[in-house]
Design a protein around this ligand. Structure first.
Ligand code: SF4
Length: 273
């Protein structure tokens, strides 16, 4: 039997990593599924803080990727697809399936010996219990949820990281993830503006494709499909509202109490790794 820590590189999985020795868990592998479009701050925390901690614990760290596409961005632009805001992976959320879940299963299959069973440790917190599924994507894989079992919330994770003297990672997600909220879009534009250019290109290409499809059927396209919850095209938002939002975000970030409120991205059943 093998155990894998499915490392999402956010607050929950980093806290789990810190607690593994105390919980008496030593996974055979810590696996990070890299979409190629994580936030720069996520890669930075991984490199500077998380990987050294894994080395200190003697854990094997593995990065897995899609076998063909170097990034979710490359795939989305080439196929003119847009990561969907659908709640469930089974409803065509190709980004999670293709770039996170499948690469992990591919890796596990490659190291599986004698039809052994696998346990995947998933970083869903107690207050995110609605995202939990104990059913693995293969019969030989079981999902375990150490944070839920111990009634540990996301806020507990954040506090625990700080009390242990570590720097907390940002909440991980792709930098143009459709699940991110307003504050994160503003933060992305301020800290990583080229990601917004990428998002705009994805939106434009996808909408062009939809227009062509409808025109072929004799219909006219009237709706704009956006990556944002509020449906606003990224380009329009960047021009009209973003400067003020960035100003307000920067003011709010100075207050520690606002951090949990602001530190939100994929909280709608998005990536479960
Ligand atoms: S973080 Fe968002 S865009 Fe990236 S794979 Fe997950 S749901 Fe898709």
């Amino acid at each position: 039997m093998k155990t894998v820590l499915s490392y999402g590189a956010g607050v929950n999985t980093f806290y789990m990593l810190l607690k593994l020795p105390e919980w008496g868990i030593k996974p055979d592998y810590v696996v990070f599924a890299d979409t190629g479009n994580e936030q720069p701050a996520t890669y930075d925390h991984l490199k500077r803080v998380a990987i050294p901690e894994m080395e200190r614990q003697g854990l094997k760290f593995v990065t897995v990727k899609h076998p063909k596409w170097s990034s979710l961005l490359e795939y989305s632009l080439s196929t003119r697809k847009m990561p969907p805001r659908t709640k469930f992976r089974g409803q065509g959320r190709y980004c999670t399936t293709m770039f996170k879940l499948d690469p992990i299963i591919r890796f596990e299959t490659s190291v599986r010996e004698n039809k052994e069973a696998f346990t995947n440790l998933i970083g869903i917190a107690y207050d995110e219990i609605h995202r939990m599924s104990t059913v693995g994507r293969r019969k030989w894989i079981t999902n375990a949820h150490p944070l839920v079992e111990r009634h540990i919330t996301r806020e507990d994770c954040l506090t625990g990281i700080r009390l242990a003297g570590f720097e907390a990672p940002p909440k991980s997600s792709c930098d143009f993830c459709p699940f991110q909220k307003k504050s994160q879009w503003a933060r992305t534009l301020r800290d990583n503006p080229s990601a917004i250019d990428d998002g705009i290109n994805i939106e434009l290409l996808f909408n062009q494709k939809m227009k062509e499809k409808l025109a072929a059927k004799g219909f006219e396209k009237t709706t704009f499909f956006s990556l944002r919850y509020d449906g606003r095209p990224l380009e329009e938002w960047r021009k009209n509202s973003a400067p003020k939002e960035i100003e307000n975000l920067t003011k709010l970030e100075k207050f520690d109490a606002a951090q949990t409120f602001l530190d939100e991205t994929c909280d709608m059943e998005s990536c479960m790794t």
